[in-house]
Design a binder for this molecule. Structure first.
Ligand code: AAQ
Length: 371
């Protein structure tokens, strides 16, 4: 039986609820995946991630290659045992981090050469090596080695890059040996509709268990990004999961779920939490702001997370000002719970056939009035 079955349970417009089976349990989509770059979601215990509804965690080939090294993780039982998370893991293929960490030295047909951000040593990543690393790490979902072109890029560069990414996809697939891992292809093409369609169609020529929409959320405007998401989900097959990479603002999740996206990841909720901000239905509140020092209310009325059930905004504002670790920990916990509750409510609305009303209510609270 297929270890990665995906079945659609309900639809509402283009939004859908899916059930995704993995060797480490079944998960319900749409879902948000917390990012654990170095094998840990910063400041949060796996048991607390489970308690707030996290289903799939993300780790990164680039970072784990540099430290502690894939051989060590494999010798210690693979990511699930090593990092104490027995639910599904997804690893990104490392290309994006090389571009975004700005240590890229060269990119050619073979792969990329970059400088380690830890000790400056030169490291080569190729499709074959990326797959070998992801196999050693042992994630359930692994990503093809791709190039995420910088924004903006010329149509000429976008075209040459997406064609190379397709050749790298073929090499990634050929290098794969483990049947218990699902390889996702990543479509590129930037914000050029013709190239986006071309890349998505060519990626589909490979029969894969899921497809990622790459090359977006790299600085383009929402007005440029969302037509590409809509175009992608029109082309991508209904029966396979769609993963929009790097998208994590609440309003963007609501819009993209409405366009039929199933999987999301972003450092936003945990990073903005560490920087002192809480996600709330109206948007975001920054607890560094003095107005919260006497505010007895929870971060968000009605939130069931430990931070909202136990502490006031005043206390968390104090922790943030005092630079106490607990401040960032509580805000990260709340922000992830906020996104998991958002996707839980979205799945419920889809089951009720009322996703449109859900999205409108969300937008009314988010954009209807100032905080
Ligand atoms: C933020 N915007 C954005 N992120 C993108 C990513 C990374 C997704 N996040 C994975 C991650 C895993 C662990 C730790 C940190 C991040 C991409 N990854 C690949 N492979 N290809 C993309 O086109 C691509 C495009 C993106 N845009």
């Amino acid at each position: 039986m297929d270890p990665f079955r995906f079945t659609i349970q309900a639809r509402s417009g283009r939004a859908r609820v899916g059930l995704l089976t993995t060797p480490h349990g079944r998960v319900e989509t749409p879902l948000f995946m917390p990012v654990g770059t170095q094998g840990s979601v910063k400041g949060l215990l796996p048991k607390d991630l489970k308690a707030i509804g996290s289903q799939v965690l993300l780790a990164n080939t680039y970072h784990l290659l540099l430290r502690p090294g894939p051989e060590r993780v494999q010798a210690l039982g693979g990511l699930h045992r090593f990092a104490g998370w027995d639910g599904p893991w997804l690893t990104d293929s490392g290309g994006f981090q090389v571009m975004s960490l700005g240590h890229l030295r060269r990119i050619d047909e073979e792969g990329v050469v970059f400088q380690s951000h830890l000790d400056g040593s030169l490291i080569r990543l190729t499709p074959e090596r990326s797959i070998a690393i992801q196999e050693a790490l042992g994630a359930d979902f692994i990503m093809a080695f791709d190039e995420c072109p910088p924004y903006p890029s010329s149509p000429e560069y976008l075209k040459a890059s997406l064609e190379r990414t397709l050749r790298w996809l073929e090499r990634s697939l050929k290098a794969k040996t483990r049947p218990d891992q699902a390889l996702f292809g990543i479509a590129q093409g930037g914000t050029d509709a013709g190239l986006r369609a071309l890349s998505t169609r060519e990626t589909l020529r490979f029969d894969l268990p899921g497809y990622a929409i790459g090359g977006l959320a790299v600085g383009e405007t929402k007005e440029e990004m969302f037509p590409m998401v809509a175009l992608s989900t029109e082309i991508l097959p209904e029966a396979k999961p769609r993963y929009l990479m790097g998208v994590g603002h609440p309003e963007d999740l609501v819009a993209a779920m409405g366009l039929g996206v199933d999987l999301f990841d972003s450092v936003y909720p945990t990073r903005t939490g560490r920087f002192g901000s809480a996600l709330v239905p109206e948007g975001r509140i920054n607890l560094k702001n003095a107005q919260y020092l006497e505010d007895k209310r929870p971060l968000e009325e009605g939130c069931d997370c430990y931070a909202c059930q136990t502490f006031s905004r005043a206390y968390i504002a104090h922790l943030v000002r005092a630079e106490e670790m607990l401040g960032g920990i509580l805000l990260s916990l709340h922000n992830l719970r906020f996104l998991h509750r958002l996707t839980e409510r979205a799945r419920e609305a889809i089951r009720q056939g009322s996703y449109g009303a859900f999205a409108r209510e969300f937008a009314e609270r988010r954009f209807g009035k100032e905080i």
